[in-house]
Design a protein around this ligand. Structure first.
Ligand code: HEC
Ligand SMILES: [Cu+2]
Length: 352
């Protein structure tokens, strides 16, 4: 029973898989729609290599088809053995040299771009420098020159290079920001550098791209690119924040008290003090997502505080949180959600 479908089954499966896969991918998580210098360089290299590959494929297919028809067995000549040719210096040289040339055309721009994009901050440059720390399973961003600390959302000004020094506090992670730049390993032993440069304002998605534990796939971060003026305002607001400030509502005030009574403060820093074990929560109220993947709603936050393990298996938020009742968690959530030192929040934070 080999019908039309049977014969073309493989083609059908491959075709529909391609169709389904073409629906994958996020607008802000792709090098195919570049919004930054490094992403543009990557896309150019992708196009260059596809052009070369298609060229090689076409040439091989043309020769193949020609040979297939020209030299196949013909009716009435079943017993004829054609002249056997072995070795042809000119041809051998041609098909050795052409691939070498093609590989050089691929390799030279690729290697150049790889070194170019990994450039660290030049001595004496006054451009922004951010120290990125990868942790199981969250990201810390420290603007040492500005005395500003933040986590999960990295704010940068558009139109200029931001130099990134990255290191891991535990295992190997990888900082991958396809819409703006590329990907770089985040190692525990040595510092790797790269720069990012966003050409357009927006919220861009980043991911850890090195399997680092059970919640690796949930280790997302976002880059919030705002205009240089807005960025300066954001920095000023972040610096002016008073971690001791009393919240307005009674519930948030109780939440603030609980936040220290329950020991949350022992792992989570506020203000510009360097983060200890968990994310810095200074600007928690303006997170585009928290814990990498959750929408910043009160409901999600209460769920997280009550049982982070069920949301992100193996994460390092352990200890006192288990003793928090739902009512207490709700008050803490009220407190955390109003921690919003800056009005500067991305307009399209919801866009995915
Ligand atoms: C033992 C240290 C530790 C304690 C104690 C702790 N946390 Fe955490 N917390 C963490 C770590 C580590 C993470 C990052 C988890 C991840 O995403 O992998 C985290 C993440 C969070 C986040 C998400 C932050 C973000 O922006 O992504 C919130 C909110 C939070 N904790 C609130 C609390 C509250 C409230 C308490 C007290 C009830 C508390 N934490 C106690 C270590 C701790
Ligand atoms: Cu990872």
């Amino acid at each position: 029973m080999k019908g039309w479908m049977g014969k073309f089954r493989v083609l059908f499966i491959l075709g529909s898989t391609a169709l389904v896969l073409s629906g994958c991918g996020l607008e802000n998580l792709t090098a195919l729609d570049p919004k930054g210098y490094g992403a543009q360089v990557s896309l150019d290299l992708i196009i260059l290599s596809i052009v070369i590959m298609v060229f090689v494929f076409l040439v091989v297919m043309v020769i193949y088809t020609f040979v297939f028809f020209r030299f196949r067995q013909k009716k009435g000549q079943e017993d004829v053995i054609p002249k056997q040719v072995e070795g042809n210096k000119v041809l051998e040289v041609i098909w050795t040299v052409i691939p070498i040339i093609l590989l050089l055309i691929l390799a030279v721009p690729t290697v150049t771009a790889t070194f170019d994009l990994a450039e660290g901050q030049p001595e004496g440059s006054d451009l922004l420098n951010v120290n990125v720390t990868g942790n199981q399973y969250w990201w810390n961003f420290s603007y040492d020159d500005l005395d500003v600390q933040t986590s999960q959302d990295l704010y940068i000004p558009t139109g200029e290079r931001v130099y990134i020094d990255m290191k891991s506090s535990d295992v190997i992670h990888s900082f991958w920001l396809p819409s703006i730049s590329g990907k770089m390993d985040v190692n525990p032993e040595n510092e790797n550098t790269m720069f990012i440069e966003a050409q357009e304002e927006g919220v861009y998605w980043g991911k850890c791209a090195e399997l680092c534990g059970p919640s690796h796939s949930l280790m997302d971060f976002r880059v919030v690119a705002v205009s240089p003026d807005e960025f300066d305002q954001w920095v000023t607001d972040m610096k002016n924040v008073d971690p001791e400030a009393e919240p307005e509502t009674a519930s948030a005030q109780e939440g603030k008290q609980l936040f220290s009574d329950k020991g949350c403060i022992s792992c989570h820093a506020l203000g510009s003090s360097p983060t200890a074990i968990g994310p810095n929560l200074t600007s928690f109220g303006s997170r585009t997502k928290f814990a990498g993947i959750l929408d910043p709603t009160k409901e999600n936050l209460v769920d997280w505080i009550m049982d982070p393990e069920s949301i992100k298996p193996g994460n390092k938020m352990t200890g006192n949180y288990k003793e928090v009742t739902e009512e207490e968690a709700s008050k803490i959530a009220d407190y955390l959600l109003q921690l919003e030192p800056s009005e500067i929040t991305p307009e399209d934070a919801e866009s995915e």
